[in-house]
Every structure is written in C-alpha cells, then in structure tokens.
Ligand binder design. Sequence first.
Ligand SMILES: *Cc1c(COP(=O)(O)O)cnc(C)c1O
Length: 368
Amino acid sequence: MNEINVARSSMPSFEEYCGEIQELWDSRWLTNMGIKHEELRIKLQGYLDAKHLHLLTNGHMAIELSLQALGLSGEVITTPFTFASTTQAIVRNGLTPVFCDIDPVTFCMDPEKIEPLITEKTSAILPVHVYGNVCDVEAIERIANKYNLAVIYDTAHAFGVKYEGKGIANFGDASCFSFHATKVFHTVEGGCACFRSEGVGKRLARLKNFGLSGQEDVSEIGTNAKLDEFRAAMGLCNLRRVDGEIMKRGRAVERYRERLGGVPGLQINPVQKNVQQNFAYFPVVFHEKAFGADRNAVLHKLAENGVYARKYFYPLTSEFACYGGKFEPEETPVAKEISQRVLTLPLYAELDLEAVDRICNIILSYKK
Ligand SMILES: *Cc1c(COP(=O)(O)O)cnc(C)c1O
C-alpha cells in the first residue's frame, strides 16, 4: 500500500538545479544578496505583481520583521485560526494579539467582528488569507482607514493568488509569503515581504541584515534573516514550473470537489468570486450529525489506510500552552468549532486522480 502524505515538495530535476548553482563555484558569493538573490527578487516581484519585495530566510521572519519595520505598538487584531507563526510574530515583537473570530465559510477573519475589538491601543490588523482564500480586503481596508491602523497580511498560503486581476500583495501595508518546502512555491526554507511603502521595505532590508545601514553604521537593532544563494537558486528553478504545478493541484482539487461536494455534512473549501486560486490546500469540515462520523474518526481511518491528513489548524493559537491561558478561545466560537471539525486532505502537484479517489472512497465509506 502506497502511503500518501498531506504534502509533497515539488523539485526541479537534479540537473536543472546543478546548472543553476554552477556559477557559485566561480563567484564564491554564497549569501548576502548575491546575483541569484537579486534575480529571484526581481522575478518574484513580477510574478506576484508586487511592490517593494524583499527576500527573507523564511516566512516567519517576513511577518516578524514587517511588524518591526512598521514600528507598531500595543495591540494587533488577528485570527487564532492560523499557523503558530502568525501569533508568535506578534508576541515576539512585544505586541499583544487580540483575537477576532473567523467567517464560517472562508475561514478568514470576519470583518464584522473587528470594530468592537478596537481600543486606543490598537495599532494594526493582521489577517491571514487562510488556505489561499482571500479575506474581505475591502472591508478590512475601510476599517483600517477609519481608525488609522496598519494592515499586515499573512499571505503564506496565497502565493500566486489574484483578486480582481491584481496580485494579492497589492492589499494592505505589508504581505508576507512563505517559501517553505511544503508550500505551493518553495526555496526549501524562505519567504518574502512586500510593502506599499518603499521606506518601510528599506527598513526591513536593514533589519534582516543586523540593522546595518553602511559598512560602519548600525542604525537599527536588527537580526539575520537573509536568504542565501543556494536557496535563491532553488527558487529560480521552482518559479519556472510553478504555473504548471498550480494547474496540476487544480486538477486534484476538481476531483475532490466532484467526489465530496454536495455530500450532506461535508463542508468543502469555497470557490470565491473574482479570485484566481492557487489550490494550496483542500480543507474539509466534518459536521458529524449530518455526515455520520467526526473529524477524528475520519483522520484515524485514513491513517489506517496509509493516508495522512492533518488537523490544520488545531488547536487555535490562542489555546497554546506557551501563552499560559492568557487568551479565551471561547471568545472566537466559530474558529473554535472549525478547528475541532476540520481536516486538510493530501494535496500536491503529483497527487494523481486515482489517489484522490482512494482518499474519497475511504471518507465516503462513512456516508449515511
Ligand atoms: C508556513 C506559514 C508561516 C511561516 O512560514 P515559514 O516559511 O515556515 O517560516 C506563517 N503563516 C502561515 C499561515 C503559514 O502557513
């Protein structure tokens, strides 16, 4: 029995990657914003239709340093239905996360629930385009403008997503992408941040390089979050193939939709209007009463059959032990409920339709 994992990294051919890194043996310029880094930066800026794009060693540092570069203080309104990184980046900046509930269909922050959370300490909103679903960017912008708040999007799931024909990085003050090995596009580890303001981008560029502003000038308390040449080269290879990879993911998603859409008690990821999707994830919410089995039962049955889905996201970040019970998960009841019912099913470019059928057959064996 072949095992099927939730994700599988896409790779260029060995020869293509070796070709891409060959010149590094001559230049001996292995990191610190070399030629591969600059080439990838420019190409990504074009591909993502983004402004002021800066590469980083991972997506987490994109969020952490964007918050620092924007000079925020006090409270940041965010979603608990996300990966650990989003909330940790806020807390590691000395900021306080204030958790807003999510929309039960898109799983993104519910804009109607933002305003009651705003206090005089609020400095920013940090929503997540979760699973590549697009947040209500217009409503969020209206609120941000009204209260003069910064907006930082966690776009880790949204590589290549377009809304009304525009790259997703065109919304908010900053957009933070992850190029982790399991994401739609990857550099093994890596990420980037895109900014509306050139100046904030330049500040982030200093922060990722120890705060250096010249050979003898250190103007910021920075860190080291540079992307090296070998990983930039992996990105150049992967960027050539990413459109094809997204298309292949789309075929698997189409099959999942055909098999699981419309089944009573199964809630699948929505198709949003005016959105060009990237098919990053395929979440399914199991409503036990109507379907006949709960999320955990399905997860175990899949695993018994060599199929490894994930409880993504469970628990909520507001429930993490590291925060010592400081937050109240009951205040975001929709997020709490979804986190208890959701599974993301295996999805990657090389997942063939027979595998999707095998996964769906296991799930549908529970159907009432
Ligand atoms: C992957 C991910 C990150 C962090 O990215 P890394 O590149 O792994 O540091 C942040 N937020 C979300 C929602 C993610 O899925």
